[in-house]
Write a protein that binds this ligand. Structure first.
Ligand code: THU
Length: 157
């Protein structure tokens, strides 16, 4: 028998410790929460993806009366980026959220399993790690890649 241990490193940063590019992406994600359509959960999520061509693509969760028809902020940004800029690589994604009281959440949220799988496809397509910035009210987590968030991912068939 063999036992394998898997772990990953991430950073916890203050906004002021971010690079200008990271700050710009975080600002985009925060602003995108105001374009969320979340009348059912009242949980407004914004995502912003930085592409290799310098464009930042925003997304926000879009809910639906038939619940599964809605989609998360991350996938709304991810699929728009893929459809509009098919040749650009994903470089980084930032994710922010506001709760029912409209305040930005204290502790960062992390993308759901389906979004991780969707984002991983584009990380693999681009061939480079995509940085993930998870935004809390006073602290930001920086994770080196989508694959860090989805060990043992299903990648090919
Ligand atoms: N949601 C996102 O947009 N991203 C996440 O990472 C987690 C959840 C959305 C889906 C739904 O509209 C609302 O947040 C509550 O789950």
């Amino acid at each position: 028998m063999k036992t394998i241990t898997s772990s990953f490193e991430y950073k916890i940063l203050d906004y002021n410790e971010l690079s200008d590019t990271q700050k710009q992406l975080v600002d985009h994600a925060r602003k995108a929460t105001y374009r969320s359509y979340a009348p059912y959960s009242n949980f407004k999520v914004g995502a912003a993806i930085l592409l290799s061509n310098g464009v930042i693509v925003d997304g926000a969760n879009q809910e639906n009366a038939a619940f599964p028809a809605g989609t998360c902020a991350e996938r709304s940004a991810c699929f728009y980026a893929g459809a509009e800029y098919p040749d650009a690589k994903f470089k980084a994604i930032a994710i922010a959220a506001r709760d029912a009281s409209d305040d930005f959440i204290v502790n960062p949220i992390s993308p759901c399993g389906v979004c991780r799988q969707a984002l991983l496809e584009y990380e693999n397509k681009g061939g480079k790690p995509v940085e993930v910035l998870l935004i809390g009210r006073d602290k930001i987590y920086s994770i080196n890649s989508i694959s860090d968030l989805l060990p043992f991912a299903f990648t090919e068939f």
